[in-house]
Ligand binder design. Sequence first.
Ligand code: SF4
Length: 285
Amino acid sequence: MNLKNLEKRLTYLAANAIRDYRMIEDGDRIMVCLSGGKDSYGLLEVLRLLQARAPVRFELIAVNLDQKQPGWPEHVLPEYLDNLGVSFRILEQDTYSVVKRVLPEGKTMCSLCSRLRRGALYSAAAEMGVTKIALGHHRDDLIETLFLNMFYSAKLGTMPPKLRSKDGRHVVIRPLAYVPEKYLQRYADLREFPIIPCNLCGSQANLKRAEIKRMIQAWDAEDPKRLNMILRSMQNVRLSHLADTDQFDFESLRGKVASDMPDPVTGEQDPFVGLVKPLEEEPAL
Ligand code: SF4
């Protein structure tokens, strides 16, 4: 795909996600989180392209958090953003030292590092009076997170295209939620973005995420439709066809006749009372 067609595809997918989740409204002041990675450069460009032609008016402010990693090239992003003529702000907070101090040597630092980064960005968002915070997560991030949660946390959930932050103060949007990662990689190559690698900190890669990434890349190679089917399945949830008793009232589904009949021996209304035990780990055969 050449640059023109790729930009068309990227803006089409982002515009669809923005419309489906009503991510952007007239008068929004959007903080675009820019890490220096391919996804965040792609996000900023796509939002700029949409800004130029969208029927609603919204403002973009690029924000980068300088986490004081050794070797961080602090001139790269300001120069890039100055050239584009985009409003921006560089925040400085030495989260690198905090992570190094708190975590034992050799431990993967990304989870704590991301939490600290999110806290710093949210505080800045409140101070700057922005209405939305845009993050560069893409379709494959959503799918990886879905399987990470299933495989390692026994829960069904991902990073949603739009959410309210836990403290209730911010609305976070992910306009690239429908965009395959390979498009963003190709876009970054064609546009020659000045990529700053995330692992300047020397952190080990998250092995579990890397394993899931390999798995979904293999699926994509085998059947290019599969990842979009997984994405669409996240948008087509049947709570009554899953098994979460907190999300669906299975208990009130009662056979009219059976539920009205008392147990013939005990006289109890529900013959399973007292027999139900918590589900334990499956015994080995
Ligand atoms: S690679 Fe380093 S900078 Fe990037 S998220 Fe992980 S710990 Fe943070």
